[in-house]
Design a protein around this ligand. Structure first.
Ligand SMILES: [Zn+2]
Length: 436
């Protein structure tokens, strides 16, 4: 019944206003839950509001940055969209974001929905979905499904409910690139990764098993974790991408050299360059204009390579949550900066902190300053750093105190590496000033 849909919209908006005024709760899950109680077919009705394309982004790492880039490129062209830009990407969070944003008298060109891997099935059971971009699939302790092959099956189950969706896949990542819909996937991939002097960046060689036959994969080039030009005896191998890019990693930005255009994005690290490449490819497929110009004005989401000021010091905040992503972040850390590592193991972070043992903290061995560890896992991180040969460590479990300590004692830029719930705390510290 349409009545239920409009009624649920009114209630959601009222509840949102009420929660905002009373500051009772940020409300994401509660409002979504309430909306679905009133109108269980809420997401089915959303289909009527989208004129051009429904876009979903899923994968282990890079969902928020990639969907943020796509939303930005759409908005800069004066096209309208609805999205869940704050990163609440499970069913109730998505419903909440849409219920608050939708104006029942308007239609929108696009929807851009960052979707948790396990929830794609619930979304595609109701929404049409025209494009699905999958960033990558890695081991992720913060996930309820640590094994990426299981996660792949969950995503495939979602796709099977919406079999005509156009997949946009990372050809270099062996697990997610095996996903299938009724349409030929559009693959993107990287040919070479160069540093700012255009020297080839050395590949890392870790042993990876084939997702099909479980034998060890062969790599012609391996860029990070299992990402690279792979092949297997069983004939499973990298697909030849439609979009082939060279990537140049600078100190403050990345350049994606694609089809004789050089796209510069204000994001550092190879993992972010892959996110940008995926977003550019999708934008091209959507037929968006001025991609190159619009990318330059992109502002990152909080904690995704965001810059802030703390007691006058430039402060770079990087989210860490699993070995593959953290290893890439560690490659970008300025070793002369003052470093704070804030790690919690609440449910949203993943309660098992053992992932820090698979993470290459040895990359910080050359630091010139004391490293501060903080959060519920301050001790465990300090132990790990000691194993990596770092001895100049200060443990300040309380995050607020640790942030103020590093701000007051810093003699250079500051780097903060933080897990998700620690990040939420850091965001609320009043000394963390936004940069405009
Ligand atoms: Zn194989």
């Amino acid at each position: 019944m349409k009545f239920r849909f409009y009624f649920s919209l009114i209630i959601a908006k009222l509840a949102y206003t009420f929660l905002k005024i009373t500051k009772l709760s940020s409300g994401t899950a509660i409002i979504g839950l309430l909306t679905l109680k009133i109108c269980p077919k809420f997401l089915t009705y959303i289909n009527n509001f989208i004129l051009k394309s429904q876009i979903n982004v899923t994968g282990t790492n890079g969902k928020t940055t990639t969907s943020g880039l796509i939303s930005h490129l759409i908005r800069q062209e004066n096209l309208s969209l609805i999205n869940n830009s704050l990163g609440a990407n499970m069913l109730n969070g998505i419903v909440n974001a849409l219920a608050i944003q939708i104006n029942p008298l308007k239609k929108y060109d696009y929807s851009v929905i960052e979707t948790d891997e396990a929830f794609l099935k619930q979304i595609y059971g109701k929404m049409n979905g025209n494009f699905l971009l999958v960033t990558n699939l890695f081991e992720d302790q913060t996930d309820r499904f640590a094994n990426p092959l299981i996660t792949k099956n969950l995503i495939q189950d979602g796709i099977n409910l919406n079999p005509n969706v156009q997949l946009i896949l990372n050809a270099d990542e062996p697990i997610s690139s095996g996903l299938k819909s009724s349409k030929e996937p559009i693959f993107f991939g990287v040919e070479n990764v160069l540093d700012e002097n255009e020297n080839l960046i050395e590949n890392t060689f870790s042993k990876i098993k084939c997702p099909i036959c479980n034998e060890e994969l062969n790599y012609e080039k391996q860029f990070y974790s299992q990402v690279g030009h792979f092949s297997c005896k069983c004939r499973y191998s990298r697909n030849n991408p439609k979009y082939k890019a060279n990537i140049i990693l600078n100190k403050t930005s990345s350049i994606i050299d694609l089809e004789n255009e050089k796209y510069e994005v204000p994001l550092i690290g190879l993992f972010n360059a892959y996110n940008a490449l995926g977003a550019i490819v999708l934008a091209k497929e959507l037929g968006l204009n001025n991609i190159k110009e619009n990318l330059r004005s992109f502002k990152v989401a909080f904690g995704r390579s965001e810059k802030r000021a703390l007691y006058g010091h430039d402060t770079l905040i990087q989210l860490i949550k699993n070995p593959a992503g953290t290893n890439e972040v560690l490659k970008t850390v300025d070793l002369d900066s003052n470093i704070l590592i804030a790690a919690n193991n609440n449910t949203a972070d993943g309660t098992d902190i053992s992932w820090i043992n698979q993470t290459e903290f040895e990359r910080l061995a050359g630091v010139s300053q004391e490293i501060v560890t903080s959060g519920l896992c301050a001790e465990a991180v300090a132990e790990r750093l000691k194993k990596a040969g770092i001895n100049n460590i200060k443990i300040i479990p309380e995050i607020n105190k640790a942030v103020n300590y590093i701000g007051q004692n810093a003699n250079n830029n500051i780097t903060i590496l933080t897990t998700y719930t620690a990040l939420l705390k850091i965001d609320k510290i009043k000394e963390m000033k936004k940069c405009f």
